[in-house]
Design a protein around this ligand. Structure first.
Ligand code: PMP
Length: 424
């Protein structure tokens, strides 16, 4: 474990970050919301730097503003949904137009059909699409459709891969029963032998393998997918007649609009999309192949707000604009600038920072820092210098970032690196 020079470690972080309005809201929230905040957005429970704000007021482009009026170059994009930048004019215009006509009615609007057509045209494996609200809706529906299609029970997932907050998938076991997890079987990402072992242990009962486009979970480093593993997952599913579910909830539309494994030549049977689909408006989608059309038609898919027209209009505007402007290409170039800059900061200062992940979804970690004290010092200082960098989750680039905003984030990162070096 890293030993810090306590004086140097506690020196900075005073002027920007959680201020009086944020603190007052936290105190009020503690009275009316259990714990004051829940889930991974609880800045205290999740051990974020002490100056990280809990509450935000507004956001535009690549900038977020907390309730105390502090502005930050943002590298979280609302944890993924913001693909084209906050309050993107084209998306907001589509939202205003749709809201003026109608959002929720006795049935869907024409936007549902238009969006399904657009997804079928955009996502290579897709012959159909159905919609929900959250990523968990989509991953849950994928599993249900796979079980309906195969008549089998088991869903194989990679250890520590996150696929949703429902009992089968949540990483926190409080309130979850063994029965809730009975049909989930784990294997190691990028490890075909462990997948084969999981299949062998449940021969004849594997409904699906659910996998993310690259390994983007846990507190370690991110890992790009091994193409041989992706091809192997496809081959295993084909051999045993199981459904290959690609969980695109986090990576979808940040690697390839056609599907994240398209450049590898691997197509899933079902994909779950959500976050980036509508630039921040609430919607998720399952896309699937013809072979699963009947099964999808047979399962009960519904939610009171699932067919809202406004998020569908936002999704149509987002996908159309992302395709027209080559948002993925632009984000990738900017992400490479960020990765190169971060790695050169680590080298020049000698701090033990490891940068991993895809250019559009990078992550940092410090060696020998299991309690994330260095990561918090680094990100707390960067926040002080005007950049929101997360100490343990992957970051997200949007198409609203510019070379200038990336350089601003790098300057803040360099300030963080100096403080870490001084504290070591
Ligand atoms: N799958 C993945 C890969 C995710 O990253 C997430 C959300 N972080 C989910 C599923 C669940 O999505 P939601 O929180 O919208 O239910």
């Amino acid at each position: 474990m890293v030993q810090l020079d306590q004086q140097a470690a506690q020196a900075p972080i005073l002027t920007r970050g959680s201020g009086p309005l944020d603190q007052a809201l936290r105190a009020r929230a503690r009275r009316v919301v259990p714990g004051g905040m829940y889930g991974h957005l609880d800045v205290e429970m999740t051990h974020l730097p002490v100056n990280f704000p809990q509450f935000y007021e507004t956001a535009h482009g690549a900038t977020v503003v907390d309730v105390d009026g502090n502005e930050y170059v943002d590298l979280m994009c609302s944890w993924g949904p913001v693909l084209l930048g906050y309050a993107h004019p084209g998306v907001e215009e589509a939202v205003r137009r749709q809201a003026a006509i109608g959002d929720i009615n006795n049935g869907p609007s024409a936007r549902m059909v238009e969006l399904a057509e657009l997804l079928v045209d955009t996502v290579s494996h897709a012959d159909w699409a159905v919609f929900g609200k959250n990523g968990t809706d989509a991953t849950t529906a994928c599993c249900t459709i796979a079980r309906a299609a195969t008549g089998r029970r088991k869903v194989l997932k990679a250890t520590t891969s996150y696929h949703g907050s429902n009992p089968p998938f949540t990483p926190i076991m409080s309130g979850v029963t063994a029965e809730d997890r009975a049909n989930i079987v784990e294997f190691a990402y990028n490890d075909l032998a462990s997948l084969e072992a999981a299949v062998a242990a449940h021969e004849g009962d594997v409904a699906a393998v659910i996998v993310t486009p690259f390994f983007h979970d846990g507190f370690g480093d991110l890992a790009l997918v091994d193409p041989a593993f992706a091809a192997g997952v496809r081959a295993v599913c084909d051999r045993i007649g199981a459904v290959l579910i690609l969980d695109e909830v986090r990576a979808g539309f940040r690697l390839d609009l056609r599907g994240s494994w398209e450049s590898l030549g691997i197509r899933p049977d079902l994909s779950a999309f959500s976050k980036a689909l509508a630039n921040g408006y609430p919607i998720s989608a399952v896309t699937g192949t013809d072979a699963l059309r009947e099964a999808a038609n047979g399962v009960y898919l519904t939610g009171s707000f699932w067919l809202q027209a406004v998020p569908m209009a936002a999704a149509i505007a987002t996908i159309t604009e992302a395709a027209r402007t080559d948002a993925v290409g632009r984000m990738t170039t900017l992400g490479e600038r960020l990765l190169t800059g971060l790695r050169s900061i680590a080298t020049s200062t000698g701090i033990p920072m490891i940068v991993s992940g895809e250019p559009t979804m990078p992550k940092i970690r410090f060696e020998g820092d299991p309690e994330m004290r260095l990561a918090n010092l680094f990100c707390g200082t960067a926040l002080e210098h005007g950049a929101f960098l997360h100490p343990w989750h992957n970051w997200f680039i949007s198409a609203a970032h510019t070379e200038q905003s990336i350089d601003l984030a790098l300057a803040a990162a360099a300030a963080g690196a100096d403080v870490v070096r001084a504290a070591l």
